[in-house]
Design a protein around this ligand. Sequence first.
Ligand code: FEO
Length: 173
Amino acid sequence: MLSPKLEDALNKQLNAEMYSSYLYLAMSAYLHAADMDGLAHWMYVQSQEEMAHTMKFFNFINDRDGRVVLDQLPAPPSEWKGILDVFEATLTHEQEVTALINGLADVADDENDRAAKVFLQWFVSEQVEEEATVKGIIQKLKMVGDSGSGLYMIDKELGARAAVDINAVAAEE
Ligand code: FEO
């Protein structure tokens, strides 16, 4: 059984992951409108990835005989100042998620819930990877600046990102 405090904290994180998916879907729409179809595809896959994270929390809470409670999602922004701004906002958001995951891991420690600690370790590692990936994209975007051919290359590269199998990621341990 989950302690009520940990169950509540896990539900809050489930909601935060769902919002991340919603936010990245909004960014994907913005990038489509800017005719950056490859970047829009990358962000769409990122939205799917966040849905997989949501389902990991959904499954873990259920497996521990907890009760999933869904909350209202805030509306994400619909406008950014440009492509670089989108990815800088993504990094800021991921840094916020990292802080949330660390806070949640602290709750699991306080409640001495070993299974939750093991479960959350996956997210601790995932956040390191996500922040590093987005930082890499930002570096490339800064490197090419306004160069049309540079942006074309980045758009092509990110457009090759493989789709996410939400159930497979949700089942990863
Ligand atoms: Fe689920 Fe990108 O953090």
